[in-house]
Write a protein that binds this ligand. Structure first.
Ligand SMILES: Nc1ncnc2c1ncn2[C@@H]1O[C@H](COP(=O)(O)OP(=O)(O)OP(=O)(O)O)[C@@H](O)[C@H]1O
Ligand SMILES: [Mg+2]
Length: 264
């Protein structure tokens, strides 16, 4: 079994009488794209909040690279290498795409001793920023103001900013929410490319089954706060419990294709 970069052990979060996350155990292996799917209110975002440190669990444990991080605040987890998208709020609208990403590279250099020692120059920052911009397909609009990007472009910029921070673990909560279908296709291509490079671990919470089935190495299905099923995209697509609990007819086309071994 490959190394687990992240582990949740019997993680539980109650809001008053509501059990949002019900004793969830999860193992995310390094280098994988691991998707979390499930109906609205299943507890997916709450689980991401427990992993990134926005919430403390009612009980249970979170381990990052084998070390317990359950009680560390968000910024400490970020320094350890957990990067989380916060929708589009951390984009500076009056800066260009390139400037937004360069700032993220520079912010990392402040906390990374090796980068300082190597005396990173301005040109290095730009080069690294352009690499992240290329990875999300925004090279043609690198000098465009962020505010002028369409919604889908802003989501890609958000991803580039996250990549520029070079976290070992990226958490994306619904990267295609509100994104037009053409842009979803591009997002799938970009994530497939990033996955193919093999050096990133990414957790994706997503409702778009086309994206999930195409970019995931592994899928965890949540339902009513609990883990309902886990497996490869083909296994999940063929899982009868998953189909009846959630996916079923809604996504039958994509699921049939995936169950037929479309993924790898
Ligand atoms: N801060 C909070 N206070 C009270 N209840 C909350 C809070 N955050 C989430 N919940 C509740 O916990 C449950 C799980 O919510 P969560 O947002 O984690 O679901 P989700 O799987 O991300 O859903 P969606 O697919 O709609 O984003 C829901 O019943 C929700 O109303
Ligand atoms: Mg959610």
């Amino acid at each position: 079994m490959a190394e687990a970069i992240l582990e949740c052990r019997n993680l539980r979060k109650e809001f008053g009488g509501l059990v949002a996350v019900n004793d969830v155990s999860l193992r995310v292996e390094r280098g994988r794209v691991h998707s979390i799917i499930g109906p609205n209110g299943a507890g997916k975002t709450t689980l991401m909040n427990l992993i990134s440190g926005i919430y403390k669990p009612t009980r249970g444990e979170v381990l990052f690279k084998g070390q317990p991080i359950t009680h560390l605040p968000l910024h400490r987890r970020a320094h350890l290498g957990i990067g989380r998208s916060f929708q589009i709020t951390n984009i500076f609208p009056n800066l260009t795409v390139l400037e937004n990403v360069r700032l993220a590279v520079q912010a990392r250099s402040k906390v990374n001793f090796n980068m300082l020692r190597r005396a990173y120059s301005y040109t290095d920052f730009i080069a690294e920023a352009m690499h992240a911009i290329h990875q999300v397909g925004l090279t043609p609009v690198a000098s465009t103001l962020a505010s002028a990007l369409p919604h889908g472009g802003k989501r890609k910029l958000e991803l580039a900013i996250l990549l520029a921070g070079a976290p070992e673990l990226l958490i994306l909560d619904e990267p295609t929410a509100g994104v037009a279908s053409e842009q979803v296709r591009e997002m799938i291509e970009n994530l497939s490319h990033i996955r193919a490079q093999g050096d990133r671990t990414i957790i994706i919470v997503e409702h778009n089954m086309n994206l999930v089935m195409n970019v995931s190495d592994y899928i965890t299905v949540m339902h009513l706060g609990s883990v309902l099923a886990e497996g490869t995209p083909a296994e999940i697509a063929a899982n009868k419990a998953v189909q009846s609990a959630y996916l079923g007819e809604l996504y039958s086309d994509v699921m049939d294709k995936a169950a037929g071994g479309a993924h790898e």
